[in-house]
Write a protein that binds this ligand. Structure first.
Ligand SMILES: [Fe+2]
Ligand SMILES: [Fe+2]
Length: 262
């Protein structure tokens, strides 16, 4: 297998109003996202594609709001695969960023690149205002069937929300509520499952459960820094954007945690 390298980024939170910085921070989302694009475009390594695990836009008001993201990430001149987050509108994201004329109920995707199978799961919950994630039964059935299949290909899974408890109460309040069911569905494929990548928490944490790595990524906007059993949200003072540079080889998975100086 030829090494496959991709960028995992998340939570760009671009806003319709360029002066918007949200209720949690003074940082604007756009400069970080632009810096990330410049950095990735200048990397001295060949990148096969970008995986964006959601919160692409912060609460868009119309489908056209996604044009801003389309134009920004087009500068990378490589395929970008998107998942919606709790601040996205999945149907508009599918239309503008995924080119789906008729949006599906979920933005789930399956594709193969360089002999690696990718399964992307849309964890948008029925009530997006509460910010937790949810997988519908048919999504779990789909995943269960894929993971139980007789398939030797390396597998990568991606989702927006933190699938398992991070033992951080305020983050556990917005996790993927049926993430335990997701983990059960993944278990039969664990020998070929290289990693589950996710966003949402604006921080880089690796969880290893039953031999399955779950790896999050920093945001391109503002960061959090949490610790075990932390009760209240804490914002990191250093808000440099981050991304994961992932390389898959025949036997190994490499995740480099990169930061971009602003
Ligand atoms: Fe986010
Ligand atoms: Fe999120």
């Amino acid at each position: 297998m030829k090494p496959l390298t991709f960028v995992h980024l998340s939570d760009s939170h671009l806003a319709t109003d360029p002066a918007w910085s949200g209720p949690l921070t003074d940082f604007l989302p756009r400069p970080g996202a632009e810096a990330l694009v410049r950095e990735i475009a200048a990397l001295p390594v060949s990148i096969d594609f970008v995986l964006h695990t959601g919160d692409v836009h912060s609460d868009p008001e119309r489908p056209e709001d996604y044009q801003q993201s389309a134009e920004l990430y087009r500068q990378l001149r490589m395929p970008v695969y998107y998942l919606p987050g709790n601040h996205d509108r999945g149907d508009w994201l599918q239309r503008v960023l995924m080119g789906r004329e008729e949006p599906a109920r979920h933005a789930d995707q399956e594709f193969e690149i360089g002999g690696v199978q990718f399964l992307l799961l849309d964890s948008g919950a029925p009530n997006m205002d509460e910010h937790y994630g949810w997988l519908e039964p048919e999504q779990l059935d789909w995943l269960t069937q894929r993971c139980a299949a007789d398939d030797a290909r390396p597998l990568v899974v991606a989702v927006h929300h933190n699938p398992l408890s991070l033992v951080v109460p305020w983050l556990d309040g917005i996790l993927l509520r049926n993430g335990e069911a997701l983990h059960e569905a993944l278990l039969p494929a664990r020998s070929r499952l290289r990693c589950v990548f996710y966003g949402h928490i604006h921080e880089s944490i690796l969880t290893l459960r039953d031999g399955i790595p779950y790896q999050s990524v920093r945001s391109s906007w503002f960061q959090t820094q949490t610790w075990h059993q932390q009760a209240d949200p804490y914002k990191e003072a250093l808000h440099w954007p981050g991304y994961n540079l992932v390389t898959l080889t025949e036997r190994d998975t490499f995740v480099r945690h990169c930061r971009v100086r602003l």
